[in-house]
Design a protein around this ligand. Structure first.
Ligand code: FAD
Length: 465
């Protein structure tokens, strides 16, 4: 049994989940993050975290099962579905939510049905900023533990540059701080996030998805695939999989004050979940708004190619009311505009009021069962759109959002070499791992992946020999 501290590279939700799991098991931890503050992309998450068979679902009379969640995930993952990883994700989902709510006291009582899910299973807090609610609670608790005892040390502004190895085993890291290079020995958990902000020449996007280079990203500038490079540089490298599988999110906000910004705010998935409509430049719908991200993105891209952009997201009074804190925030940032009625919006946008009237009337009729929605919308929520009521409107565009590919792991979060064997001393969790979501990640499954695989990696490192 190793006597060293376990080294966690990356202080987002995956790294934090691993750290707490190790501490719960009496182990010592060193957590390194290259940025001045922890949290990564995890603090930005705005829609929520999935769980099947949770206490909150039970309270809300939502019937859900691991099998249903697995089936939705498998359908979404398509030809690249990996059953063992999907089972690990879904079967650990309710325990993950329970760990966050019962043991860490995080509110996850609001449950929504988002694109690609057959039931409502995406949990969020009442404040509407679930990434922050979850991640900041874990950060606070870890900082308190670090202040109280020597079992955990957190070093910020510490960029891991290299993994140390000995006879096929990973034995530590070399990291850089302002004071120079430091070597630390111990098992390593890689939790560095994805590469959706790696627009560098010769970088992972340029190599695997050069077609996406012109798009903007929702990710922080840390998301540059460092972990992928660290494990590839080993003399016994870890395998990387599905690197060309990059999720483009349909709804990045186009900021009227900075239309070409490379980093864009995400218009939360939940905006469509609560009943938002997507319309083209003439005010016509063209897609089932609650379809999966890849499907909605594909339709939007086609519309933009056909010259039918800009594409806009419209929320009626009830939908905006249900997600009020989000809308208030977006309006305060100038990303969303509130109009008193459709006429005001028509005058501002140049869209004919008759078109808006037709779109609103038809949607309301489809929702009440009069006629079939031509885009196959299966569920209607806050569906009655009136031209006389206030509406929130935003311009949206597809953005690089999440990278499905990454380090190959088994269902215990052990990093695998190219022959499929675990590399001793090396674990990986969170967005840096590949294969869990196949061709498409469902909304809410990445925070879940961070918690589930973070905890699995922590548990695997506890048992390390
Ligand atoms: C705007 C936005 C909204 C989202 N909303 C949702 C949502 O509602 N639900 C959902 O499930 N998912 C959502 N996602 C995706 C989800 O937030 C991320 O996939 C997930 O948080 C990744 O967690 P992580 O711990 O793996 O990585 P991150 O949280 O990105 O953390 C990685 C950390 O590693 C550090 N790091 C990187 N390289 C090094 C290095 N060389 N040395 C030291 N440290 C390093 C970084 O500084 C960072 O702190 C959203 C993403 C974005 C961008």
């Amino acid at each position: 049994m190793t006597t060293h501290r376990t080294i966690i590279v990356g202080g987002g939700l995956a790294g934090l989940s691993a750290a707490h799991t190790l501490l719960e098991n009496g182990k010592k931890v060193l957590l390194l993050d290259k940025k001045p503050s922890l949290g990564g992309n995890s603090v930005k998450a705005s829609s929520g975290i999935n769980g099947a068979g949770t206490e909150a679902q039970h309270e809300l009379n939502i019937n859900d099962t691991i099998e249903a969640f697995s089936s939705d995930t498998t359908t979404s993952a398509g030809a690249l579905a990996r059953p063992a990883l999907i089972t690990a994700l879904t079967s650990n989902s309710a325990p993950a939510i329970s760990w966050l709510t019962s043991q860490l006291g995080i509110d996850l009582s609001v449950v929504s049905r988002l694109g690609g899910h057959s039931v409502a299973r995406t949990h969020r807090d009442k404040s509407g900023a679930p990434g922050w609610a979850i991640t900041s609670a874990l950060m606070k608790k870890l900082a308190a533990a670090a202040a109280e005892n020597a079992s955990v040390e957190i070093v910020k502004n510490a960029r891991v540059m290299r993994l140390l190895e000995d006879a096929g085993r990973v034995i530590g890291v070399e990291y850089e701080t302002v004071d120079g290079k430091v070597e630390e020995h111990g098992d390593v958990i890689i939790a560095t996030g994805g590469y959706a902000a790696d627009f560098s020449a010769g970088g992972l996007l340029a190599t695997h998805r050069p077609d996406l280079l012109p798009l903007s990203t929702t990710n922080g500038d840390h998301a540059t695939g460092d972990g992928h490079r660290l494990v590839s540089s080993l003399s016994r490298p870890a395998a990387l999989c599905d690197l060309d599988q990059v999720q483009v999110h349909p709804t990045g906000f186009v900021d009227p004050a900075n239309v070409d910004a490379k980093t864009k705010f995400l218009a939360a998935e939940a905006l469509r979940g609560v009943g938002g409509l997507i319309i083209d430049r003439e005010g016509n719908r063209f897609v089932n708004e609650v379809d999966r991200r890849d499907v909605v993105t594909e339709r939007m891209e086609a519309i933009i190619r056909e010259g039918r952009g800009p594409v806009r997201l419209v929320l009626n009074k009830e939908a905006a009311g249900e997600i009020k804190s989000h809308c208030d925030f977006y309006v305060s940032k100038g990303l969303m505009k509130l109009f008193n009625n459709a006429k005001e919006f028509s005058e501002s946008s140049g869209i004919a009021l008759d078109n808006l009237t037709a779109t609103f009337t038809q949607h309301t009729q489809f929702a009440s069962g009069k006629g079939e929605d031509p885009f196959g919308k299966p569920i209607f929520h806050n569906a009655n759109y009136s031209i006389d009521e206030p509406i929130h409107v935003a311009s949206i565009t597809p953005v690089v959002h999440y990278t499905m590919g990454g380090i190959s792991v088994d269902a215990a979060a052990r990093a695998l070499d190219v022959a499929g064997n675990p590399i001793p001393g090396l674990y990986a969790a969170g967005e840096v791992i590949g294969g869990v979501h196949g061709q498409n990640r469902l909304a809410g499954s990445s925070l879940l992946e961070a918690v589930v695989f973070g905890r699995l990696a922590g548990q695997a490192a506890v048992g390390s020999v």
